[in-house]
Write a protein that binds this ligand. Structure first.
Ligand SMILES: [Zn+2]
Length: 274
């Protein structure tokens, strides 16, 4: 299924009865089957030792359909595994225009939000073994971070050094003009960086001042940790404090570093949405 098809379905959701839709969808899942067995056992309607791995879903469902046990299992699934209220809110947002549906072109790689979703769902649904999932996420994070482009700014000169791919940088990036290792990786626009350089870091506007202050802190990290600091700061939403925390636990470009970057990105996401 392509992203555009999903977007189309999302746009049509407000016209549908989401609750009924959710109920229908849930009734077909293994998740619901497990809840149903659990409730039935608790109610004494099924022997504890009974093995249901070979009972088909449709048979089990029809056995209990229309009973209080069935309704209870549905309620359980809704309460513990789904967020119908939250979904309704989003659907209402789509209807009113507060929530816009856009297709994000990210190539093969899931966005950080999608990643959180995939991680949680696959754990719940046992689609992908957790170990394999972990490895997949690690590999995709590694590829993304190393492939990321950053502007480099020498805060000593100050001088704009250009745009670089993280993986193409030397272990200890330095300014070719003054030889300083205090170079800051930035994701801001080239315009704002050029303006800071033109003014020599003085008499800056409020937003320029903010970037400049950040650049000086970032440059300290790069002078201490080199390319590893650039990689960490290339993480999505990763702040100075996060980067410092990551670099104190791992200062080389290793699998562990990318695991820590993923953790820092998760924290950043939480800050944004919760
Ligand atoms: Zn310089």
């Amino acid at each position: 299924v392509g992203a555009r098809y999903v977007a189309q379905v999302l746009k049509e959701l407000p016209k549908m009865d989401v609750k009924a839709l959710a109920r229908k969808a849930v009734e077909r899942t293994g998740l619901f089957k497990r809840r149903l067995i659990h409730v039935a056992r608790k109610a004494g309607a099924l022997e504890r030792w009974a093995n249901f791995s070979n009972v088909s879903m449709s048979k089990l469902v029809s056995m209990f359909e229309g009973t209080a046990i069935y309704e209870e299992a549905l309620k359980d699934t809704f309460r513990k595994d789904l967020d119908v209220e939250g979904t309704l809110e989003v659907v209402e947002g789509i209807r009113s225009g507060d929530v816009e549906v856009v297709v994000l072109e990210s190539g093969e790689e899931p966005s950080p939000i999608a990643r959180v979703g995939i991680e949680r769902m696959s754990m719940k649904m046992d689609i992908i073994p957790p170990e394999r999932m972990k490895k997949l996420l690690l590999e995709s994070t590694k590829a993304r971070i190393l492939g990321e482009f950053v502007h480099l700014l020498c805060v000593k000169c100050p001088k704009y050094l250009g745009i670089f791919r993280v993986k193409s940088l030397p272990e200890k990036p330095r300014c070719p003009s003054c030889g300083s290792h205090e170079v800051a990786p930035l994701k801001e626009s080239e315009d704002i960086i050029a303006s800071i350089v033109r003014k020599g870091g003085k008499g800056l506007s409020k937003s320029e001042e903010r970037v400049w202050r950040k650049a000086k802190k970032y440059a300290k990290l790069v002078s201490k940790y080199g390319k590893t600091a650039v990689a960490v700061l290339a993480g999505k939403g990763v702040r100075y404090e996060d980067a410092e925390w990551v670099l104190e636990s791992e200062d080389r470009i290793t699998d562990r570093l990318f695991e820590l970057i993923m953790e820092a990105e998760r924290r950043a996401l939480k800050r944004r949405f919760w």
